[in-house]
Design a protein around this ligand. Structure first.
Ligand code: FES
Length: 178
């Protein structure tokens, strides 16, 4: 009776890697902030500022640089709504959901925005790649609630009509007044 050979299947985890164009910005963010106390958040912000999102492939090099586990980095990424895991649309709309804006109709505004852009209650990106809609929690503009950021520009006292005008102007490349 011949010897039975035992095959041990090894399960190797696939760790996502960065695209070629993402390596330099991620390395630059790590190099700039790694020695700071609490370096993780500044690094994640710098990566998102540079790439528009924090790619999955950035997690491993950031964790290694900070002597953390990838789970630690994932935990922080998923805790903060600010960080995106996928590239945003051409225009980013951030609608405030915090208390003052809620009291001035933020929920109704968000529902209007979703209808206007053809987004379901959970979708973040329009099919044409034009708009990304995200929640934010207080923009420091409570006196002019409800508030939103459109491509980083702050707007207050947003009514459905103002929203439509801003989105229309944005989609057609017209400067929009705050
Ligand atoms: S609660 Fe919306 S800006 Fe402060």
């Amino acid at each position: 009776m011949g010897k039975r050979s035992r095959h041990i299947e090894s399960v190797t985890e696939v760790v996502p890697v960065l695209d070629a164009g993402q390596v330099a910005p991620v390395e630059a963010a790590i190099a700039e902030h790694r020695m700071r106390p609490g370096a993780l958040l500044p690094i994640l912000h710098a990566v998102q500022d540079a790439l528009g999102h924090v790619p999955e492939g950035a997690v491993a090099p950031i964790a290694a640089a900070l002597n953390m586990t990838r789970a630690d980095v994932h935990g922080v990424l998923s805790f903060y709504h600010h960080f995106r895991s996928a590239p945003p649309g051409r225009h980013v709309l951030q609608l405030c959901r915090a208390e003052a804006c809620q009291s001035m109709g933020a929920r109704g505004l968000e529902s209007h925005a979703r209808t206007r852009l053809g987004l379901s209650a959970t979708a973040h990106h329009t099919d044409d790649g034009q708009f990304t809609v995200e929640p934010v929690y207080c923009l420091g503009n409570c006196a002019l609630s409800p508030a939103m950021l459109l491509d980083g520009q702050l707007h207050g006292r947003i009514t459905p009509a103002r929203f439509d005008a801003l989105v229309h102007a944005c989609a057609h490349g017209v400067e929009h007044a705050a």
